[in-house]
Structure formats: structure tokens, C-alpha cells
Design a protein. Structure first.
Length: 345
């Protein structure tokens, strides 16, 4: 496997009428092949017929299922790996207190389960122990004011890290929990077309955003190009990796709005970060494919941005969840309506 350094250009975002260039990073490596390839065959764990859980998280011996299916009244379900039972569903869809309008992402940080309400421009926090014990009483609510973030992650009880802010020319924001204000921004998006609106730039560079459990590094895995970018959260500097297919994000602009075109592809659609590895679910399909946001490849990297291996899954899925010990992967088989699992070592 050859890896070499490119020090000047990066991501070319192409409009159907004109070329626009965004420099995603000044420090990019490329590669064409993973050093190791393997295959995984999933096994059925338990049937789940209440919708397709687009997100799955694991904490202790509990799976948290983020269910976005239409017609369902609640967003979240728990499944206990120790008892083999489901909890009652919780977090109602809606605009009232303790409800969420449009759930985007969920995750765990320290003692909290956090829920990013993209539509409602807020984050809600639930005590982790109460989630596991099915005894949710109160939820803490943090408003992002006028800021809508594509991805938001709880860092600690004081701060959130966010990406995909349509009003900012920076890729990453640190947001104060108490005020909802942006305290710090970094990872500037540099571009050469003065008339290109910020929201188009941000949409073209949407990413799956994952934080290392030690909270000293952040990875952005881009949705429409096979680039990953790792930030050192102490220095705020980053380095990027492009490959193995090395395709760019292409789009068209109509009335100052970003649209996919016939060449737009989908790269990374979900992921999990452990202290050892970054696991990314990869599609690679053209946007026009009806299964563009499903993937059957797992790309694995370490935190020094070395490609480790490519794993072929035996089914296409929307989501992945890896245990913190890097031993087990969970997902959902839409065809059989089962939560599935497999060993990954």
C-alpha cells in the first residue's frame, strides 16, 4: 500500500454551470488500497418490527435504538442484552416539553445520553443510569439559539462540539451549554468563489462526526467524498486522508440552493469511534441509487489516520454500532426485521 502526502489542494466541488473549489485541508494523504480485507456474516439477535432504527448505541449491556420510522409515536427503545427484553418506548415526537421534533443523532458522554434535535435546534440530556433502568423523569434541554448544526456531540457538562453550521465558514464549533453561544471555531473552509453561499459550502461538506472516547481527537468522515479528517482538539490542527476511490463531491446550484447531480456519490453514512479505531460504514453508490444511504462495507482506521482494513458485510445496512472493546458489531437487517450482530476480530 502506498501513502503519499499532498500539500496543496484537496476537494474539488463542481457545479454543473461553473467550477467551485473548496480547500478542505492543506494537509492530505491519499491511499488506494487497505492493507487487509475480510468478511463478516451477521447473526440474528432479536426481532424488531416497530421500524428501522437508523441509529444503534450500546452502553453496558443495553442497546439504545433510535427509531425514526413514520407512524411511530416515540423515538427511542432499549434492548437489554442480559435479559433479552425491550423497554417501553420513550422520547415522544412533538413540540411539547420533553419532546423532540426531528432527532438527528444520539450518543453517550460521561453520565448522559444526549439527543440532538436538528429541527428544534436543541440538545436534550438524560441521566444514563435512568435510561438503562427505564426510569426517565426529567430531561435537560439546551437551546442552540439561531444555530442549526448538522451534527452535535456532547463533550462534557459545559460544552458541545458541532459541525455543519450553515452560517459559519468553519467546520467545527465549540458551543457553551449554558448560553447556546459559539465559544470557539476552527477548521476554516477556504474557497475561491466569492458568490458561493455558506449554506451550500456546508452542505457540500457534511460529515459523520465522531469523537474519540478520550475526547482529545475528532474525526469528520465526509458524506459526499471519501475523505476523512482528524482534528487534534488541543492544537485544533487537522490532517486528512483521501481514498481508496478518491472521488470528489460534485453538485449543482439552482437559485443558490445545493442539489445533487448525476455524478454525486455517497461515501460515509454512519460510524463508531473507540479508543483504538475509527469504524465507518461506507456506501460508494451514486446518489440516484435507491439504496445510496445503505452500505455493506466497513472501513477501519486508527487515530493516527492509518487505513487498517476493509470489511465486507453480508447485508446492506443503514447503521453500525461497535462495542468499546472492539469485539462486536450490531446493526439492523431491514429485510428480516431483526437486530443483528457479529464478531469483528
Amino acid at each position: 500500500m502506498r501513502v503519499f502526502l499532498i500539500t496543496i489542494i484537496s476537494l474539488c466541488l463542481i457545479s454543473c454551470k461553473k467550477s467551485n473549489q473548496i480547500i478542505i485541508s492543506n494537509n492530505i494523504k491519499t491511499f488506494s488500497q487497505f492493507p487487509k480485507e475480510s468478511k463478516i456474516a451477521f447473526k440474528n439477535l432479536v426481532e424488531f418490527k416497530l421500524g428501522n432504527p437508523r441509529q444503534i448505541k450500546v452502553i453496558d449491556s443495553t442497546l439504545i435504538l433510535g427509531n425514526y420510522a413514520s407512524g411511530q409515536e416515540y423515538y427511542l427503545h432499549n434492548y437489554s442484552l442480559s435479559t433479552g427484553k425491550f423497554s417501553i418506548p420513550y422520547i415522544r415526537k412533538g413540540r411539547d416539553k420533553n419532546e423532540i421534533i426531528g432527532l438527528a443523532t444520539i450518543g453517550f458522554s460521561d453520565n448522559y445520553l444526549w439527543l440532538n434535535d436538528f429541527t428544534g435546534k436543541k440538545m436534550m440530556l438524560i441521566d444514563k443510569d435512568k435510561v438503562i433502568k427505564d426510569s426517565i423523569i426529567n430531561l435537560a434541554k439546551i437551546s442552540f439559539n439561531t444555530n442549526r448544526n448538522y451534527r452535535s456531540i456532547l463533550i462534557d457538562n459545559l460544552q458541545i462540539i458541532a459541525t455543519g453550521n450553515k452560517k459559519s465558514k468553519f467546520k467545527v464549533q465549540i458551543i457553551d451549554l449554558t448560553t447556546g453561544n459559539i465559544n470557539e471555531e476552527f477548521g476554516e473552509l477556504k474557497f475561491f468563489s466569492e458568490g458561493l453561499p455558506l449554506d451550500i459550502i456546508n452542505q457540500a461538506t457534511y460529515s459523520q462526526t465522531l469523537i474519540k472516547p478520550t475526547k482529545d481527537k475528532l474525526v469528520l468522515a465526509y458524506t459526499h467524498t471519501d475523505i476523512i479528517e482528524i482534528f487534534d482538539l488541543k492544537t485544533k490542527k487537522s490532517i486528512s486522508l483521501h481514498g481508496p476511490e478518491k472521488f470528489d463531491s460534485t453538485f449543482k446550484i439552482f437559485r443558490n440552493v445545493w442539489f445533487e447531480n448525476e455524478k454525486t456519490r455517497v461515501a460515509f453514512i454512519d460510524g463508531t469511534a473507540t479508543n483504538k479505531y475509527i469504524y465507518l460504514l461506507y456506501s460508494g453508490k451514486n446518489f440516484s441509487n435507491e439504496n445510496a444511504y445503505k452500505g455493506n462495507y466497513l472501513f477501519v482506521y486508527d487515530w493516527d489516520m492509518n487505513p487498517i482494513k476493509k470489511v465486507k458485510l453480508d447485508i446492506e445496512v443503514y447503521q453500525i454500532c461497535i462495542t468499546n472493546d472492539d469485539k462486536t458489531i450490531y446493526s439492523y437487517d431491514e429485510n428480516t426485521k431483526h437486530i443483528v450482530y457479529a464478531d469483528i476480530n
